[in-house]
Design a protein around this ligand. Structure first.
Ligand code: NAD
Ligand code: TYD
Length: 344
Protein backbone atom coordinates (compact mmCIF):
# COMPACT_ATOMS: atom_id res chain seq x y z
CA UNK A 1 0.00 0.00 0.00
CA UNK A 2 1.08 3.57 -0.60
CA UNK A 3 0.64 5.95 2.34
CA UNK A 4 0.65 9.73 2.31
CA UNK A 5 1.68 10.86 5.80
CA UNK A 6 1.45 14.63 6.28
CA UNK A 7 3.40 16.46 8.98
CA UNK A 8 5.99 13.69 9.16
CA UNK A 9 8.82 16.12 9.98
CA UNK A 10 7.08 17.04 13.22
CA UNK A 11 6.96 15.26 16.56
CA UNK A 12 4.21 12.61 16.29
CA UNK A 13 4.22 12.40 12.48
CA UNK A 14 7.99 11.85 12.60
CA UNK A 15 7.66 9.02 15.11
CA UNK A 16 4.84 7.51 13.02
CA UNK A 17 6.95 7.64 9.85
CA UNK A 18 9.83 5.83 11.61
CA UNK A 19 7.39 3.22 12.94
CA UNK A 20 5.71 2.58 9.58
CA UNK A 21 8.85 2.56 7.42
CA UNK A 22 10.50 0.01 9.72
CA UNK A 23 7.45 -2.15 10.43
CA UNK A 24 6.08 -2.39 6.89
CA UNK A 25 8.95 -2.57 4.36
CA UNK A 26 6.41 -3.65 1.70
CA UNK A 27 4.45 -0.38 2.08
CA UNK A 28 5.59 2.95 0.60
CA UNK A 29 5.52 5.96 2.92
CA UNK A 30 5.46 9.42 1.35
CA UNK A 31 6.06 12.13 3.94
CA UNK A 32 4.64 15.53 3.00
CA UNK A 33 5.62 18.45 5.21
CA UNK A 34 5.72 22.22 4.80
CA UNK A 35 8.72 22.43 7.17
CA UNK A 36 7.30 25.20 9.33
CA UNK A 37 9.20 26.18 12.50
CA UNK A 38 8.00 22.84 13.96
CA UNK A 39 9.16 20.68 11.06
CA UNK A 40 12.71 19.38 11.09
CA UNK A 41 14.32 17.15 8.48
CA UNK A 42 16.78 15.95 11.14
CA UNK A 43 13.82 14.06 12.60
CA UNK A 44 13.52 12.08 9.34
CA UNK A 45 17.26 11.24 9.17
CA UNK A 46 16.92 7.68 10.55
CA UNK A 47 14.70 6.65 7.59
CA UNK A 48 15.80 8.94 4.77
CA UNK A 49 17.79 6.26 2.94
CA UNK A 50 15.15 3.51 3.20
CA UNK A 51 13.76 2.39 -0.19
CA UNK A 52 10.13 2.57 1.05
CA UNK A 53 10.41 6.24 2.13
CA UNK A 54 10.20 9.51 0.27
CA UNK A 55 10.02 13.14 1.44
CA UNK A 56 8.06 15.86 -0.36
CA UNK A 57 8.04 19.49 0.77
CA UNK A 58 4.67 21.21 0.45
CA UNK A 59 1.63 22.79 2.06
CA UNK A 60 -1.55 20.75 2.66
CA UNK A 61 -3.55 23.94 2.07
CA UNK A 62 -2.05 24.48 -1.40
CA UNK A 63 -4.82 23.03 -3.56
CA UNK A 64 -3.00 22.96 -6.88
CA UNK A 65 0.06 21.32 -5.37
CA UNK A 66 -2.02 18.72 -3.47
CA UNK A 67 -4.09 17.73 -6.50
CA UNK A 68 -0.93 17.41 -8.65
CA UNK A 69 0.66 15.22 -5.98
CA UNK A 70 -2.39 12.91 -5.78
CA UNK A 71 -2.54 12.72 -9.59
CA UNK A 72 1.11 11.60 -9.72
CA UNK A 73 1.38 9.34 -6.68
CA UNK A 74 -1.81 7.18 -6.55
CA UNK A 75 -2.03 6.96 -2.75
CA UNK A 76 -4.11 4.26 -1.08
CA UNK A 77 -4.19 5.77 2.42
CA UNK A 78 -3.79 9.30 3.81
CA UNK A 79 -2.86 9.94 7.45
CA UNK A 80 -3.05 13.64 8.30
CA UNK A 81 -0.82 14.84 11.14
CA UNK A 82 0.02 18.21 9.56
CA UNK A 83 -1.21 21.00 11.78
CA UNK A 84 -0.29 24.05 13.75
CA UNK A 85 -0.20 22.36 17.13
CA UNK A 86 0.69 24.79 19.91
CA UNK A 87 -2.11 26.30 22.02
CA UNK A 88 -0.01 29.30 23.13
CA UNK A 89 0.79 30.22 19.53
CA UNK A 90 -2.91 29.89 18.60
CA UNK A 91 -3.77 32.45 21.29
CA UNK A 92 -1.26 34.90 19.78
CA UNK A 93 -2.17 34.33 16.12
CA UNK A 94 -5.23 32.17 15.33
CA UNK A 95 -5.42 32.67 11.55
CA UNK A 96 -2.76 30.20 10.45
CA UNK A 97 -4.58 27.60 12.58
CA UNK A 98 -7.70 28.06 10.45
CA UNK A 99 -5.66 27.94 7.25
CA UNK A 100 -3.65 24.81 8.01
CA UNK A 101 -5.86 22.86 10.40
CA UNK A 102 -9.21 23.52 8.72
CA UNK A 103 -8.54 24.49 5.09
CA UNK A 104 -5.57 22.15 4.82
CA UNK A 105 -7.80 19.30 5.98
CA UNK A 106 -10.61 20.14 3.53
CA UNK A 107 -8.10 20.38 0.69
CA UNK A 108 -6.84 16.87 1.50
CA UNK A 109 -10.42 15.60 1.83
CA UNK A 110 -11.33 17.00 -1.61
CA UNK A 111 -8.32 15.29 -3.16
CA UNK A 112 -9.23 12.02 -1.39
CA UNK A 113 -12.77 12.15 -2.82
CA UNK A 114 -11.52 12.92 -6.34
CA UNK A 115 -8.86 10.19 -6.34
CA UNK A 116 -10.90 7.50 -4.56
CA UNK A 117 -8.61 7.09 -1.53
CA UNK A 118 -9.30 3.86 0.40
CA UNK A 119 -8.84 5.37 3.87
CA UNK A 120 -8.42 8.92 5.18
CA UNK A 121 -7.31 9.11 8.81
CA UNK A 122 -7.45 12.37 10.76
CA UNK A 123 -5.11 12.70 13.72
CA UNK A 124 -7.13 14.74 16.19
CA UNK A 125 -6.89 15.59 19.86
CA UNK A 126 -8.78 15.20 23.13
CA UNK A 127 -8.72 19.01 23.33
CA UNK A 128 -11.80 19.08 21.05
CA UNK A 129 -13.84 17.97 24.08
CA UNK A 130 -12.85 21.06 26.10
CA UNK A 131 -11.93 20.35 29.69
CA UNK A 132 -13.14 18.54 32.81
CA UNK A 133 -13.43 19.95 36.33
CA UNK A 134 -10.54 19.22 38.70
CA UNK A 135 -12.84 17.94 41.46
CA UNK A 136 -14.55 15.21 39.38
CA UNK A 137 -11.94 12.43 38.92
CA UNK A 138 -14.81 10.10 37.96
CA UNK A 139 -15.39 11.96 34.64
CA UNK A 140 -13.60 11.02 31.40
CA UNK A 141 -13.90 12.01 27.73
CA UNK A 142 -15.67 9.35 25.68
CA UNK A 143 -16.32 9.50 21.93
CA UNK A 144 -19.85 10.72 22.81
CA UNK A 145 -18.65 13.71 24.86
CA UNK A 146 -19.86 16.88 23.07
CA UNK A 147 -17.26 19.03 21.33
CA UNK A 148 -16.75 22.12 23.50
CA UNK A 149 -13.48 23.79 22.61
CA UNK A 150 -11.55 26.45 24.54
CA UNK A 151 -8.65 27.66 22.39
CA UNK A 152 -8.27 28.68 18.74
CA UNK A 153 -6.13 25.53 18.34
CA UNK A 154 -8.77 23.14 19.64
CA UNK A 155 -11.53 24.99 17.78
CA UNK A 156 -9.68 24.56 14.49
CA UNK A 157 -9.06 20.86 15.24
CA UNK A 158 -12.76 20.34 16.10
CA UNK A 159 -13.83 22.09 12.88
CA UNK A 160 -11.56 19.78 10.91
CA UNK A 161 -13.09 16.73 12.65
CA UNK A 162 -16.58 17.90 11.66
CA UNK A 163 -15.51 18.26 8.02
CA UNK A 164 -13.99 14.76 8.08
CA UNK A 165 -17.26 13.28 9.37
CA UNK A 166 -19.27 15.34 6.87
CA UNK A 167 -17.18 13.99 3.97
CA UNK A 168 -18.01 10.49 5.16
CA UNK A 169 -21.73 11.14 5.35
CA UNK A 170 -22.02 13.31 2.23
CA UNK A 171 -19.51 11.76 -0.18
CA UNK A 172 -19.06 8.32 1.37
CA UNK A 173 -15.33 8.92 1.95
CA UNK A 174 -13.91 6.09 4.13
CA UNK A 175 -12.62 8.06 7.11
CA UNK A 176 -11.51 7.45 10.68
CA UNK A 177 -10.53 9.91 13.42
CA UNK A 178 -8.33 9.36 16.48
CA UNK A 179 -8.48 11.76 19.43
CA UNK A 180 -5.41 11.33 21.58
CA UNK A 181 -4.33 12.83 24.88
CA UNK A 182 -1.01 14.71 25.37
CA UNK A 183 1.98 12.87 23.90
CA UNK A 184 5.60 12.86 25.01
CA UNK A 185 8.70 11.09 23.72
CA UNK A 186 11.58 11.54 21.24
CA UNK A 187 11.66 14.46 18.75
CA UNK A 188 9.19 16.60 20.74
CA UNK A 189 9.64 20.30 19.95
CA UNK A 190 11.02 22.10 23.03
CA UNK A 191 8.22 24.68 23.23
CA UNK A 192 5.95 21.96 24.70
CA UNK A 193 5.95 21.24 28.41
CA UNK A 194 8.00 18.04 28.81
CA UNK A 195 10.86 18.79 26.37
CA UNK A 196 10.85 22.38 27.66
CA UNK A 197 11.44 21.14 31.22
CA UNK A 198 14.18 18.74 30.16
CA UNK A 199 16.05 21.15 27.92
CA UNK A 200 15.85 24.09 30.34
CA UNK A 201 16.67 22.03 33.43
CA UNK A 202 19.75 20.59 31.74
CA UNK A 203 20.91 24.19 31.21
CA UNK A 204 19.98 25.11 34.83
CA UNK A 205 17.35 27.55 33.54
CA UNK A 206 14.03 28.41 35.25
CA UNK A 207 10.97 26.26 34.45
CA UNK A 208 7.88 28.41 33.82
CA UNK A 209 4.75 26.82 35.33
CA UNK A 210 1.48 28.47 34.28
CA UNK A 211 -0.88 29.56 37.07
CA UNK A 212 -0.79 27.24 40.08
CA UNK A 213 0.43 24.16 38.18
CA UNK A 214 -2.71 22.24 39.22
CA UNK A 215 -3.95 21.67 35.64
CA UNK A 216 -4.07 17.99 34.75
CA UNK A 217 -2.95 16.37 31.50
CA UNK A 218 -3.25 12.69 30.54
CA UNK A 219 0.19 11.72 29.14
CA UNK A 220 0.77 9.01 26.52
CA UNK A 221 4.11 7.91 25.09
CA UNK A 222 4.19 8.74 21.38
CA UNK A 223 5.00 5.10 20.50
CA UNK A 224 1.62 4.04 21.91
CA UNK A 225 -0.11 6.72 19.86
CA UNK A 226 1.58 5.32 16.74
CA UNK A 227 0.42 1.75 17.43
CA UNK A 228 -3.13 3.04 17.98
CA UNK A 229 -3.19 4.94 14.67
CA UNK A 230 -1.77 1.91 12.83
CA UNK A 231 -4.56 -0.28 14.25
CA UNK A 232 -7.31 2.23 13.51
CA UNK A 233 -6.14 2.84 9.94
CA UNK A 234 -6.04 -0.91 9.20
CA UNK A 235 -8.96 -2.24 11.29
CA UNK A 236 -11.03 0.72 12.48
CA UNK A 237 -14.61 1.05 11.29
CA UNK A 238 -15.28 3.71 8.66
CA UNK A 239 -16.89 6.89 9.94
CA UNK A 240 -15.82 6.17 13.53
CA UNK A 241 -13.94 8.18 16.14
CA UNK A 242 -11.52 6.42 18.54
CA UNK A 243 -10.19 8.00 21.72
CA UNK A 244 -6.54 7.21 22.54
CA UNK A 245 -5.10 7.47 26.05
CA UNK A 246 -3.50 5.38 28.76
CA UNK A 247 -4.83 6.75 32.07
CA UNK A 248 -1.64 8.61 33.01
CA UNK A 249 -3.05 11.74 34.61
CA UNK A 250 -0.61 14.10 36.27
CA UNK A 251 -0.77 17.74 37.37
CA UNK A 252 1.72 19.96 35.60
CA UNK A 253 3.53 20.45 38.87
CA UNK A 254 3.86 16.67 39.33
CA UNK A 255 5.31 16.40 35.83
CA UNK A 256 7.86 19.17 36.48
CA UNK A 257 8.90 17.70 39.82
CA UNK A 258 9.24 14.18 38.36
CA UNK A 259 11.53 15.37 35.59
CA UNK A 260 13.61 17.60 37.88
CA UNK A 261 14.09 14.70 40.30
CA UNK A 262 15.14 12.33 37.49
CA UNK A 263 17.70 14.91 36.31
CA UNK A 264 18.89 15.58 39.85
CA UNK A 265 17.99 19.27 39.53
CA UNK A 266 16.54 21.44 42.33
CA UNK A 267 12.85 22.37 42.58
CA UNK A 268 14.00 25.96 43.05
CA UNK A 269 14.14 26.13 39.23
CA UNK A 270 10.32 26.18 39.22
CA UNK A 271 8.91 29.67 38.52
CA UNK A 272 5.17 30.26 38.65
CA UNK A 273 4.17 32.57 35.80
CA UNK A 274 1.00 34.23 34.51
CA UNK A 275 -1.61 31.65 33.53
CA UNK A 276 -2.48 30.77 29.92
CA UNK A 277 -5.70 32.53 28.76
CA UNK A 278 -8.66 30.10 28.84
CA UNK A 279 -6.38 27.39 30.32
CA UNK A 280 -8.10 23.98 30.19
CA UNK A 281 -8.23 22.44 33.65
CA UNK A 282 -8.17 18.68 33.13
CA UNK A 283 -8.01 16.25 30.22
CA UNK A 284 -8.71 12.56 30.79
CA UNK A 285 -9.40 9.96 28.11
CA UNK A 286 -11.59 6.87 28.29
CA UNK A 287 -9.97 4.54 25.70
CA UNK A 288 -12.45 1.64 26.20
CA UNK A 289 -13.69 1.64 22.59
CA UNK A 290 -10.17 1.32 21.15
CA UNK A 291 -9.25 -1.38 23.67
CA UNK A 292 -12.36 -3.52 23.29
CA UNK A 293 -12.97 -3.10 19.54
CA UNK A 294 -9.39 -3.17 18.27
CA UNK A 295 -7.47 -4.77 21.16
CA UNK A 296 -5.13 -1.79 21.65
CA UNK A 297 -3.04 -1.72 24.82
CA UNK A 298 -0.35 0.85 25.61
CA UNK A 299 3.17 -0.47 26.12
CA UNK A 300 4.37 2.32 28.44
CA UNK A 301 3.11 3.96 31.61
CA UNK A 302 4.20 7.46 32.58
CA UNK A 303 6.65 5.93 35.05
CA UNK A 304 8.35 3.78 32.40
CA UNK A 305 8.09 6.26 29.51
CA UNK A 306 9.52 9.33 31.23
CA UNK A 307 12.98 7.93 32.12
CA UNK A 308 13.34 6.61 28.55
CA UNK A 309 12.39 10.01 27.17
CA UNK A 310 14.84 11.83 29.41
CA UNK A 311 17.56 9.42 28.29
CA UNK A 312 16.69 10.18 24.65
CA UNK A 313 17.15 13.92 25.26
CA UNK A 314 20.48 13.25 26.96
CA UNK A 315 21.64 11.08 24.05
CA UNK A 316 20.37 13.46 21.35
CA UNK A 317 21.44 16.87 22.61
CA UNK A 318 22.43 17.99 19.13
CA UNK A 319 18.84 17.56 17.86
CA UNK A 320 17.27 19.89 20.43
CA UNK A 321 20.24 22.22 20.93
CA UNK A 322 20.07 23.12 17.22
CA UNK A 323 16.40 24.02 17.66
CA UNK A 324 16.75 26.13 20.77
CA UNK A 325 19.69 28.03 19.35
CA UNK A 326 17.73 29.17 16.26
CA UNK A 327 14.35 30.80 15.65
CA UNK A 328 13.06 29.30 18.91
CA UNK A 329 15.09 31.92 20.84
CA UNK A 330 12.87 34.66 19.39
CA UNK A 331 9.76 32.70 20.37
CA UNK A 332 10.92 32.23 23.96
CA UNK A 333 11.86 35.92 24.17
CA UNK A 334 8.42 36.99 22.90
CA UNK A 335 6.27 34.55 24.85
CA UNK A 336 8.08 34.43 28.18
CA UNK A 337 10.77 37.10 28.69
CA UNK A 338 8.93 40.14 27.24
CA UNK A 339 5.83 39.20 29.21
CA UNK A 340 7.84 38.91 32.38
CA UNK A 341 6.98 35.22 32.61
CA UNK A 342 10.53 33.91 32.74
CA UNK A 343 14.15 34.86 32.64
CA UNK A 344 16.10 34.36 29.47
P1 NAD B 1 4.20 19.36 15.49
O1 NAD B 1 3.90 20.82 15.59
O2 NAD B 1 5.38 18.80 16.18
O3 NAD B 1 4.31 18.95 13.94
C1 NAD B 1 3.47 19.44 12.95
C2 NAD B 1 4.12 19.19 11.59
O4 NAD B 1 3.21 19.62 10.59
C3 NAD B 1 5.43 19.96 11.40
O5 NAD B 1 6.41 19.12 10.83
C4 NAD B 1 5.04 21.07 10.42
O6 NAD B 1 6.11 21.47 9.58
C5 NAD B 1 3.93 20.40 9.64
N1 NAD B 1 2.99 21.37 9.03
C6 NAD B 1 2.44 22.44 9.63
N2 NAD B 1 1.65 23.09 8.75
C7 NAD B 1 1.70 22.40 7.58
C8 NAD B 1 1.09 22.56 6.34
N3 NAD B 1 0.26 23.60 6.08
N4 NAD B 1 1.35 21.66 5.36
C9 NAD B 1 2.18 20.62 5.59
N5 NAD B 1 2.81 20.42 6.76
C10 NAD B 1 2.57 21.31 7.76
O7 NAD B 1 2.86 18.65 15.96
P2 NAD B 1 2.65 17.26 16.72
O8 NAD B 1 2.69 17.50 18.18
O9 NAD B 1 3.52 16.24 16.11
O10 NAD B 1 1.13 16.96 16.35
C11 NAD B 1 0.80 16.24 15.15
C12 NAD B 1 -0.70 16.07 15.07
O11 NAD B 1 -1.17 15.38 16.22
C13 NAD B 1 -1.48 17.40 15.04
O12 NAD B 1 -2.53 17.28 14.13
C14 NAD B 1 -1.98 17.56 16.47
O13 NAD B 1 -3.19 18.30 16.48
C15 NAD B 1 -2.20 16.12 16.87
N6 NAD B 1 -2.09 15.81 18.31
C16 NAD B 1 -0.99 16.22 19.02
C17 NAD B 1 -0.88 15.86 20.37
C18 NAD B 1 0.34 16.24 21.17
O14 NAD B 1 0.39 15.98 22.38
N7 NAD B 1 1.38 16.82 20.58
C19 NAD B 1 -1.89 15.10 20.99
C20 NAD B 1 -3.00 14.71 20.23
C21 NAD B 1 -3.08 15.06 18.88
P1 TYD C 1 1.53 21.92 26.31
O1 TYD C 1 2.73 21.02 26.27
O2 TYD C 1 1.60 23.24 25.62
O3 TYD C 1 0.29 21.05 25.81
P2 TYD C 1 -1.31 21.40 25.82
O4 TYD C 1 -1.51 22.83 26.12
O5 TYD C 1 -1.68 21.07 24.41
O6 TYD C 1 -1.90 20.49 26.84
O7 TYD C 1 1.20 22.21 27.83
C1 TYD C 1 0.91 21.16 28.74
C2 TYD C 1 0.48 21.81 30.04
O8 TYD C 1 1.61 22.49 30.62
C3 TYD C 1 -0.60 22.87 29.90
O9 TYD C 1 -1.48 22.78 31.03
C4 TYD C 1 0.15 24.19 29.93
C5 TYD C 1 1.33 23.87 30.82
N1 TYD C 1 2.59 24.60 30.53
C6 TYD C 1 3.27 25.26 31.54
O10 TYD C 1 2.83 25.27 32.72
N2 TYD C 1 4.44 25.89 31.24
C7 TYD C 1 4.96 25.93 29.98
O11 TYD C 1 6.01 26.57 29.74
C8 TYD C 1 4.24 25.23 28.93
C9 TYD C 1 4.76 25.22 27.54
C10 TYD C 1 3.08 24.58 29.26
Amino acid sequence: MKFLVTGGAGFIGGNFVHYMVNKYPEDMIVNLDKLTYAGNLETCKPVEDKPNYKFVKGDIADREFIFDLFEKEHFDVVVNFAAESHVDRSIEDPEIFVKTNVMGTTTLLDACVKYGIKRYHQVSTDEVYGDLPLDRPDLFFTEETPLHTSSPYSSAKASADLFVLAYHRTYGLPVTISRCSNNYGPYHFPEKLIPLIISRALNDETIPVYGTGENVRDWLHVYDHCTAIDLIVRNGREGEVYNVGGHNERTNLQVVKTVLKALNKPESLITFVEDRKGHDRRYAIDPTKLETELGWQPKYTFDTGIPMTIQWYLDNKEWWENIISGEYQNYFEKMYVEKGRAEK
